[in-house]
Design a binder for this molecule. Structure first.
Ligand SMILES: Nc1ncnc2c1ncn2[C@@H]1O[C@H](COP(=O)(O)OP(=O)(O)OP(=O)(O)O)[C@@H](O)[C@H]1O
Ligand SMILES: [Mg+2]
Length: 414
């Protein structure tokens, strides 16, 4: 009867709302004499951290995950949440307290989006109004407008939107532990990156202990506070992404991580962690003379002879050559899109660099969670930020080194 008021204060959660998850010598044999699918797996996930389980197909990731919420019973060993064995818990009650997101999403097709999200609150017997408020809040949290999406059915959603609904549903009962089995693998790379960023932002807002299964080492490095690399049911290495990249335990880990470890370490740093170039912002409707005066006074420094046109609330629209300021009265409106790539500040240096290469742009505006421009980033800033993060100071690059990309475009690639 764990979880009741008598619970012992075993390693009280460092983050309220999250639980410490501990696997002790957990083994699963599907048949009596067969090889163990999970073999004496021991690991602890501190409250509020994301643990990524990764390894080749069939190594036991899904089995390990399903033992945590008792969809599968371990043959041996113990699983504890906040010091209490899950075995003592009623399985269906336990499952209401553990959010679960699976690759196929598993939304109920005959229920609307809001009814799907409300599954757990209903099982928990919440009042109608409380459930309604919670569902709206969750849909907003995962980036779906409740007015637009509440009444739709799963078949009327894109794959990425379904993933978001699945995530909202898993969060609905405010569970201290979330299990996510390849949650973003069914969507295209662009949607996946967006879902990853949204999840990271969400995770910051709502502390949860998360076990996240993936095949993809880049996703592991990006999402994990710690990575557990498995092979044939065994835990081969359990380490922070930085440790895993810097000190693979053996050849298997080194092979799995891949040869481009230095490049992968770009995923260890987020754009918001490095120094950005102040963005030369001009607002739609602003007198061009004022913009020119700010440049002349040195208050604004154009980048490769361009300034960035933004909306009233600083959302990037397009680049404008400085020379145009002299012909214009006001900064004209322009359609968004000319300032691509627009880079989310929670994304990794690796994703940012890849976005710049893809757009053939020397610089991209960096935006916060409201889409407001907070600075500019280019390959030199990424390189400097990476070297600082990695503690590398031996490779000297002159600060004036020309950008390898076509700097003349300012950003938009023409
Ligand atoms: N119900 C089952 N009965 C018997 N064997 C099973 C069962 N489920 C899984 N296995 C076996 O257990 C091993 C681990 O399977 P599991 O699904 O945990 O792997 P996984 O790491 O999640 O793989 P993938 O990356 O392909 O999803 C595999 O060899 C699999 O064939
Ligand atoms: Mg699996």
């Amino acid at each position: 009867m764990a979880g009741e008021p008598t619970r012992a204060p075993v390693e009280g959660p460092a983050r309220p709302g999250a639980g410490v998850l501990e696997l002790r010598d957990v083994t699963k044999r599907y048949s009596r004499d067969g090889r163990a699918a999970v073999d004496h797996l021991s690991l602890t996930v501190p409250a509020g951290e994301v643990c990524v389980l990764i390894g080749p197909s069939g190594c036991g990731k899904t089995t390990a995950l399903k033992m945590i919420n008792r969809l599968i019973e371990p043959s041996e060993g113990e699983i504890l949440i906040d010091g209490h064995s899950v075995r003592e818990r009623n399985p269906s009650k336990l499952r209401r307290e553990i959010g679960y997101v699976i690759q196929q999403v598993g939304l109920l097709p005959h229920l609307t989006v809001s009814a799907n999200v409300a599954t757990v609150p209903r099982l928990l017997g919440w009042e109608k109004e409380r459930t309604r408020v919670r569902v709206r809040e969750l849909l907003e949290l995962v980036g779906l407008d409740p007015d637009e999406f509440s009444g739709r059915y799963p078949a009327q959603l894109s794959g990425g939107q379904q993933q978001r609904v699945g995530l909202a549903r898993a969060l609905a009962g405010d569970p201290p532990v979330m299990l996510m089995d390849e949650p973003f693998s069914a969507v295209d790379p662009i949607t996946r990156e967006r879902l990853q960023n949204d999840f990271l932002r969400l995770h910051r807002a709502v502390a949860k202990t998360v076990v996240f299964v993936t095949h993809d080492i880049d996703e592991a490095v990006k999402m994990g506070d710690r990575i557990a690399l498995m092979r044939e049911g065994h835990l081969v290495q359990y380490a922070t992404p930085a440790e895993l990249l810097a000190q693979p335990a053996d050849d298997f880990v080194a092979d799995f991580v891949g040869a481009d470890r230095a490049l992968k370490s770009l995923s260890l740093t987020r754009v918001e962690e490095i120094s950005l170039i102040p963005a030369p912002l001009v607002h739609v409707g602003e007198p061009a003379l004022d913009a020119r005066a700010r440049i002349d006074r040195g208050e604004m420094v154009p980048i490769t002879d361009h300034v960035l046109v933004v909306t009233e609330d600083d959302r990037p629209l397009d680049w404008l050559p400085v020379g145009r300021l002299d012909d214009l009265e006001q900064i004209p409106p322009s359609a968004p899109g000319g300032a691509e790539p627009v880079i989310d500040q929670v994304t990794t240096l690796r994703d940012a660099l890849s976005a710049l290469f893809e757009a053939n742009a020397a610089y991209g505006p960096v935006v916060d969670d409201q889409g407001r421009c907070v600075g500019l980033i280019g390959a030199p800033e990424i390189s400097a930020g990476f070297r600082r993060a990695a503690g590398v100071s031996t490779v000297e690059v002159p600060p004036s080194a020309p950008a390898t990309l076509d700097a003349g475009t300012g950003g938009g690639g023409g």
